[in-house]
Design a protein around this ligand. Structure first.
Ligand SMILES: *[C@@H]1O[C@H](CO)[C@@H](O)[C@H](O)[C@H]1NC(C)=O
Length: 682
């Protein structure tokens, strides 16, 4: 025991003094040399060091305790983390990094860098969290996948300010159209370096990682124009902006649905994020001239990545306010939003409302507020709407209904995966209440693919043309990361009703052609890939001349994809932006079924049920989830407590248990997916 203690002590000191200095070679400002210098001088510090050591041993003991299941183990770990955060906060980041080293969660540099960045914030979150209540439980379920089952609590019914009008219909088309630009997931990488390894083991490649470069010869040198495992080089970013000038010079206004920064969450600094935002928005302004561009914050637009405290927690909010001040200031200076709107954005997580044209209100959402990688969402989990996000959304929608005005909602992520299930259900119910008469369009990004999601009335017994009440247009990314070509998108919009009349996507075949262009001294060739109306209109029942692409139109398109294999293959091709990486779903396969089902799944639970049904119907044996050894309950992932037990015990789940059987069956799948998420940082 004494020798273990000694070894751990040595280990802790060593970690502080050497390896972490190397772990983050590009951000020396992040390193805290000062603490190391006072180690032998400061009594309190030594006491805390001792505590850190004890915590480490307690955690080890916990992992060895034979009587606890994985969830109990994790929850006990949360209690230890809380005590430690309250008593020795300055040691929490070091402890987290040590756990990275011990359990090798990710690449060591990535894990340690992330912990360095998240550590100080996690101290605050752990200190305030109700660890014995649902907060601790949610944290286990989402942050230590496989420990506790993912909770599937239903939110309470919403009390809307007014009942839905009985005559809620879309206004008739005006016959006039305007064009609106939409681009997303820019992910500019200023450290992109042609000639470096394009097939590395990092989250993004095409960089010189110094001592963290992969050993051996370069397998594929990065081209000048981008690569499928890399973020957007400046050259490609400018080419995309030129493509916008070429294809949409007459746009009335534009939407950018978030994610300015590169994917190296473990290396970023506040200054890096702020500078990249300044530079990118300046570039947009320079290329788009007087075009008004409306921006929603993505999960990579914050420091640390994914994190956003809600305004209901003023002590945390104040530590992130610099970011909202920063971006709102640029948007205001660029004349994209007014000073009143910018002021609203500063105190509302960079969210604002504006009227791009008379009769249209645009509401932006900061979707980190329901993103499970945002640790602030693990606080106040017993509440349905802890940040007031949905409360504010409802008031804005009600205001527009009263004014007989149409609304667009834009945000980075549609709340369909990687979202707290309660938030996703609330969003669906709100959309249903204010569709089709108020909400004319929902625009998002995040997944990099070019997709649409039909939202159905949650009360409908089955999905029909009539139950389809809205559509989420999930725009494609500029970044070619995930081996998908860069794309830009624009819409023909009814000038009076603001319904979507057509969609157009233009791409450049970076994945296949980048090396060729470079060798031949050519620029990327952008071309119109497809238009939604022409691709999906049914020749047997064609749309009227000015008729918009209604939710029913998209529902019908999905039905036709079920019948016509060629149409489904067309969808898959465009989803991947005509990249070779396109999913190859065989005819009649579980994959085909899952993709088709998910096009009309607008909540986390519906989405998972698609996966479940596809695998069940095809007798695919559910794979036993394999977890990495170590860390809290992960070694014992086989044992999970029943979701139902917990819900009843906590009394959180609503009265509506109709889908409970489905929900329980889905829980293990959700966990499997969460583990995937952990590796796949979009
Ligand atoms: C933009 O508008 C101008 C002037 O009306 C027109 O000549 C031009 O063809 C339009 N460009 C595109 C790409 O629609």
């Amino acid at each position: 025991m004494a020798s273990t203690l000694f070894l751990t002590l040595v280990c802790v000191s060593w970690l502080f003094s050497t390896i972490w200095v190397n772990a983050v070679p590009f951000s020396p400002a992040q390193l805290s040399h000062t603490k190391r210098q006072v180690v032998n001088e400061n009594e309190v510090y030594r006491a805390h060091l001792y505590l850190a050591d004890k915590v480490f041993l307690d955690l080890e003991d916990l992992l060895d305790s034979p009587d606890l299941d994985s969830c109990q183990m994790c929850r006990q770990g949360m209690r230890i983390a809380q005590t430690f955060s309250r008593q020795a906060p300055e040691f929490v980041p070091g402890m987290l990094r040590e756990l990275c080293a011990k359990y090798a969660f990710k690449r060591l540099d990535a894990c340690a860098g992330l912990m360095e960045r998240l550590g100080p914030q996690l101290v605050g979150i752990f200190s305030e969290m109700n660890v014995d209540g649902s907060d601790g439980y949610y944290t286990c379920a989402y942050s230590f996948p496989g420990s506790c089952p993912v909770p599937l609590h239903q939110p309470k019914p919403i009390q809307f300010p007014k009942p839905k009008p009985t005559d809620a219909v879309q206004p008739p088309p005006s016959g006039e159209t305007i064009q609106v630009l939409h681009f997303s997931d820019w992910h500019l990488d200023p450290l992109y370096k042609p000639g470096t390894e394009a097939k590395c083991s990092h989250n993004i490649c095409c960089r010189d990682y110094g001592i963290w470069n992969d050993p051996g010869l370069i397998k594929k040198p990065a081209s000048k124009w981008g690569e499928g495992k890399c973020d957007t080089p400046i050259a490609l970013g400018l080419s995309a902006l030129e493509a916008i000038q070429k294809f949409v010079p007459n746009a009335t206004f534009g939407l950018f649905t978030g994610d300015i920064a590169s994917h190296d969450s473990w290396m970023i600094t506040e200054k890096y994020i702020a500078d990249l935002e300044t530079t990118s928005y300046e570039l947009f302004k320079k290329y788009l001239l007087d075009l008004k561009l409306y921006v929603a914050m993505g999960n990579h637009d914050s420091y640390p990545s994914d994190q956003a405290p809600g305004k209901m927690r003023p002590n945390s909010y104040i530590t992130h306010k610099w970011l909202y001040d920063h971006v709102a200031g640029i948007w205001e200076k660029n004349n994209w939003i007014t000073s009143v709107e910018a002021e609203h954005a500063r105190s509302n997580n960079a969210m604002f409302m504006t009227r791009p044209m008379p009769g249209l209100k645009l509401i932006t959402l900061n979707t980190d507020l329901y993103y499970v990688r945002n640790f602030f969402t693990m606080l106040d989990t017993d509440q349905d709407d802890p940040n007031g996000l949905f409360h504010d959304l409802i008031l804005e929608l009600q205001d527009s209904e009263d004014r007989n005005e149409r609304v667009w909602i834009m945000g980075h992520m549609a709340p369909v995966t990687r979202t707290l299930p309660k938030a996703s259900i609330l969003f669906q119910r709100i959309v249903a209440r204010y569709s089709p008469h108020v909400i004319a369009g929902i625009f998002t990004g995040h997944y990099h693919q070019d997709k649409f999601i039909v939202v159905h009335d949650p009360d409908a017994k089955e999905q029909t043309k009539e139950s389809a009440i809205n559509v989420v247009y999930q725009g494609p990314s500029v970044t070619p990361r995930d081996r998908s070509n860069p794309a830009i998108r624009w819409y023909d919009i009814d000038a009076k009703t603001f319904s979507v009349v057509n969609t157009h996507t233009a791409i450049a075949d970076v994945i296949d052609q980048a090396t060729y262009w470079e060798a031949n001294d050519m620029e990327p060739e952008w071309f119109l890939e497809y238009s939604g109306r022409e691709t999906y209109d049914d020749p047997d029942t064609p749309l009227g001349v000015n008729e918009p692409l209604s939710p029913g139109f998209w529902h019908h398109a999905v039905n036709r994809m079920r019948k016509h294999r060629h149409l489904f293959k067309t969808y898959l091709k465009y989803e991947s932006k005509s990249s070779e990486e396109a999913k190859h779903c065989r005819k009649g396969s579980a994959c085909e079924m899952e993709v088709l089902c998910q096009m009309e799944a607008s909540t986390v639970i519906q989405h998972e049920i698609c996966t479940l049904r596809a695998s069940n119907l095809h007798g695919t044996k559910k794979k036993q989830t394999k977890y990495k050894k170590g860390f809290f309950g992960l070694t014992r992932a086989g044992k999970t407590i029943q979701v139902q037990d917990y819900s009843v015990q906590r009394g959180i789940i609503g009265d509506d248990n109709t889908e409970l059987e489905d929900l329980e069956a889905v829980a293990p799948l959700l966990q499997k997916q969460r583990l995937g998420d952990f590796r796949d940082d979009l």
